[in-house]
Design a protein around this ligand. Structure first.
Ligand code: FES
Ligand code: FES
Length: 210
């Protein structure tokens, strides 16, 4: 037998061996009996959402975002990235903004949660909602509920004197300047790029010129 034939045989053998190994490796997991899978224990949690007391029994791994959207059907709060990078899921908990995709629902026992549905209604808009409309602070609108919840909380942070990274003097009272608002809103991403209009809407509500 020539050297080339031996090489060919051994190459075929190697490929067949690799395929068999892959099949054997994949088979046991696929064949695992589903009857052995245990359901996660459920946990009760009770919190107020937009002023209404809600009591749920949840898989403890449920995020606050999924509790709001999937269990309470409050779909105004949006899921963008689901891992803390876009801000679409921003809600307020006891007046402080958080990314609801990064927080487990069962951690919020007794909390007061405000979503976009709790800020205003179509007949009686929150001033920030009205300002977003006036200044065209959105295009597709997907990021907008998170932007508005964040914007409301940002103006409150400024009012309470909470400093930001762009302040020269951390002891001075912050103002709702354009650079302040852009810094504080930097966790809310807008794929449509409505940033300057959002800053204008916020300045309008804050009573500042930007
Ligand atoms: S969905 Fe929560 S930060 Fe993107
Ligand atoms: S308005 Fe479209 S992502 Fe912000």
């Amino acid at each position: 037998m020539s050297d080339i034939s031996e090489l060919e045989v051994s190459r075929r053998g190697l490929l067949a061996g690799s395929a068999a190994t892959a099949v054997v490796a994949a088979t046991p997991a696929a064949a695992a009996p589903s009857s052995q899978t245990k359901a996660a224990p459920m946990m009760p949690v009770s919190f107020a959402v937009n002023g209404k007391r809600e009591t749920l029994s949840l898989d403890p791994r449920t995020t606050l975002l999924d509790a709001l959207r999937e269990h309470l059907h409050l779909t105004g709060t949006k899921k963008g990235c689901d891992h803390g990078q876009c801000g679409a899921c921003t809600v307020m908990v006891d007046g402080v903004r958080i990314n609801s995709c990064l927080s487990l629902a069962v951690m919020h026992e007794g909390d007061k949660i405000t979503t976009i549905e709790g800020l205003g209604t179509p007949d009686k808009l929150h001033p920030m909602q009205a300002a977003f409309i006036k200044h065209d602070g959105y295009q597709c609108g997907y990021c907008t509920p998170g932007q508005i919840c964040s914007a409301v909380a940002v103006l409150d942070e400024i009012k309470r004197g909470i400093p930001s990274h762009v302040q020269d003097d951390l002891t001075a009272k912050p103002r709702a300047t354009n650079i302040e608002m852009r810094e504080r809103m930097s966790g809310n991403i807008c794929r449509c790029g409505a940033y300057s209009n959002i800053a204008e809407a916020m300045a309008d509500v804050a009573g500042e010129n930007v």
